[in-house]
Design a protein around this ligand. Structure first.
Ligand SMILES: C[S@@+](CC[C@H](N)C(=O)[O-])C[C@H]1O[C@@H](n2cnc3c(N)ncnc32)[C@H](O)[C@@H]1O
Length: 651
């Protein structure tokens, strides 16, 4: 039925049969026994016709009377978009690990450690089929600190300052990038709960277009309700689904029959042939005649937008042990509905990697990101374990899983960088410094604007010498800009400069007063504040940026162990030295059967004591005696990660 506004249909002031203020027979309102005619429905319908369709209500007008209606998402600047509040920082990613499953010819899946906004800004447009995210719900500070990393803690200022609008601005900037990354046929699914879902829906209407809204899926997580004061207990989450365009893909998903339908199935589908159980029904042909037809039993019923899937609780088999872990079945259903086999699934708030596990099982490619180093470590470990398990399930049958790479954005491992091949190291340093690689002038590695740049050795122990300075000065003198434009500067980037190198540069500069042969060389250490000036300048606008382009050291691993009984050992990492100032250990993982790659023994990752602190000691009973290879990984809360391996004789 068409909606009518009271004042238009004239009902609001005629609810009691008289116009308000009208006095009949000296009395307000109807008299006893008086007949009150029903409102003229024809009349009100006609007037309702003048009202716009519901869709028109939905479309936000520019003004509502004298009040301007915001049609752009919160935080959007007309000229600079979200880059006004969150300036762009282009930094390289550092590949720290390639977890191999034996198919180096295939393009690897990608797991990023870093702030998703900046990671996404470096990914190509229209490259992803489905984005599922489960961001912090705006439900309380403590609840949202899951892994305890410094980066996780830091980002909360950004999320929580400014209350709900602040949260929406923070999320909008990210949703905007996600829209850019989605293929036209793609879909986004944002997992939230009652705290923010209604506010985010309005922002998503503005970002994606209200016409692109597909579903509000209610995840009824089936947890037992307890008595609650003041309102019903809240036991569901909400998944907001938007298509990227009209072309977004969807495939209905069949779910298992409920018990009631199963009963029905038993009695009605009482025939069977090679195609399965069926029942007979009567159909009408186009000529009006009737005929009998078989109706086969579907493998389930079509899922609606209310999904009852049990939450991960203390006894769930798939439980990893961190709060907010979502069930694989939930995300699996999302992936099945909105992607095809081989499609690319992304989760930029990856947590412990549930989305990737579901994607891997369903044969999809994936890409993920988390700002917590521990989350990334847990995810990598979980994926390696999953592929081992899939191999067992396939029992020898060939199956193909692409490798995955772990990439760091913004915070880098100095030690690993110093072990990189020279060309990779150079490329990394130039990119981080905002320079480009250009090697057409001998002895010059790149340019920042017009200034020639030289990059030192990857090895941190190899400091720059006076001879290096001299050689670079000669290279600068050979450039056209030196000869024609009289431009005489250059920049040397390195881990360290020897005193004789500093002296040599001074000498070259002093020539400025006496000799036209001078060159002005600037020496910048890679781990210094000057190196990261183009990033730190942005920190005044956004505290989050303070940490970008910094380096971390792995912990110095010390592992002790002793035999406590037959095949049982106690391991201890408490003597491990954390090298990043102010950092502490936040996670320990053990692999008591270390093979080609690290994959923690079940129950030996993210173990917390009663005080919620990580367990630094662990006991393990080996199944058999003999030589065993074991490994231990430790992460600190700044992002440093150490690996220790050993071979022990178990008796
Ligand atoms: C609710 S958890 C996701 C849980 C996940 N769905 C699962 O089942 O394991 C949210 C995650 O988002 C991460 N996160 C929050 N802000 C982020 C940001 N700006 N960039 C990347 N990750 C972020 C947190 O570290 C946390 O791991």
């Amino acid at each position: 039925m068409a909606m009518t506004k009271p004042e238009q249909a004239g009902l609001g002031d005629e609810l009691f049969g008289t116009r308000l203020g009208e006095v009949r027979n000296g009395k307000a309102g109807p008299e006893k026994g008086q007949f009150i005619p029903p409102p003229d429905v024809r009349d009100s319908d006609e007037r309702a016709d003048a009202l716009p369709e519901q869709e028109e209500f939905w479309r936000a007008p520019v003004r509502f009377g004298s009040v301007p209606v915001e049609s752009t998402p919160l935080g959007w600047d007309r000229r600079r978009g979200f880059r006004k509040l969150y300036p762009q920082v282009m930094l390289p990613t550092q590949v720290v690990e390639r977890v191999s499953f034996g198919h180096p010819e295939l393009e690897p899946n990608r797991l990023f450690w870093g702030d998703n906004l900046h990671v996404m800004r470096q990914l190509p447009s229209e490259s992803i089929d489905l984005i599922y995210i489960d961001p912090p719900f705006f439900s309380g500070k403590q609840y949202n600190v899951i892994f305890g990393d410094q980066n996780e803690l830091r980002s909360f200022t950004d999320i929580w300052d400014g209350g709900m609008p602040g949260y929406l601005v923070w999320l909008n900037a990210r949703l905007y990038e996600m829209k850019r990354l989605l293929r036209k046929s793609g879909t986004i699914c944002v997992h939230l709960d009652w705290h923010a879902s209604n506010y985010v829906k309005i922002e998503m209407d503005k970002l994606f277009g209200y016409q692109m809204f597909r579903n509000e899926i209610v995840w009824d997580y089936g947890a037992k309700a307890t008595q609650h004061k003041g309102h019903f207990q809240r036991k569901h989450d909400v998944l907001l689904v938007y298509g990227r365009s009209e072309q977004s893909k969807f495939k209905p998903v069949l779910v298992e029959y409920s018990t009631a339908t199963l009963r029905e199935r038993d009695t009605r589908y009482n025939h069977a042939d090679e195609d399965g159980p069926y029942r007979m029904t009567t159909r009408r042909a186009p000529d009006g005649s009737k005929y009998r037809a078989k109706v086969y039993l579907k493998e389930g019923v079509y899922a609606t937008d209310v999904w009852r899937i049990p939450i991960i609780n203390a006894t769930s088999k798939e439980r990893i042990g961190y709060p907010t872990q979502k069930p694989e079945a939930l995300i699996q259903r999302v992936i099945e509905a909105f992607t095809e086999e081989g499609g690319i699934v992304a989760d930029f708030f990856g947590g412990g990697g549930t989305t990737l596990v579901a994607a891997q099982r369903l044969g999809r490619r994936w890409i993920a990101c988390d700002q917590s180093r521990v989350a990334v470590a847990i995810t990598a470990d979980r994926l390696a374990n999953l592929v081992d398990q899939m191999a067992l399930e396939q029992s020898g049958k060939s199956f193909t899983v692409p490798d995955f790479i772990v990439e760091h954005w913004g915070i880098y491992e100095a030690k690993r960088l110093s072990e990189a091949p020279q060309d990779q190291f150079r490329a990394f340093v130039l990119r981080a410094f905002g320079a480009v690689i250009e090697e057409h002038d001998e002895g010059i590695h790149g340019y920042k604007g017009a200034i020639p740049i030289w990059v030192g050795e990857p090895d941190q122990k190899k400091a720059v010498t006076a001879a290096d300075v001299q050689a670079f000065a000669n290279a600068v003198r050979k450039t056209l800009r030196y000869k024609q434009d009289n431009l005489r500067d250059g920049i040397m980037l390195a881990w360290a400069f020897r005193p004789d190198a500093v002296e040599a540069a001074e000498r070259l500069r002093r020539l400025e007063r006496t000799d036209l042969n001078f060159v002005r060389l600037d020496m910048i250490r890679i781990d210094s504040a000057r190196f990261r000036e183009h990033v730190s300048a942005l920190s005044t606008q956004n505290a989050d940026y303070e940490n970008f382009l910094t380096f971390v050291q792995p912990p110095k691993m010390e592992v002790g162990f002793k035999r406590i009984s037959s095949r049982s050992y106690k391991f201890d990492v408490s003597e491990t030295l954390v090298l990043n100032p102010g950092a502490k250990i936040i996670n320990v993982q053990w692999d008591f059967d270390y093979g080609k790659r690290f994959s923690s023994t079940p129950g030996y990752s993210f173990v917390r004591g009663s005080n919620k602190e990580p367990e630094l000691q662990s006991e393990y009973e080996f199944p058999t005696n003999g030589k065993k290879r074991i490994a231990c990984k430790v992460q600190d809360d700044m992002g440093g990660e150490g690996l220790w391996t050993a071979e022990i004789e178990v008796i």
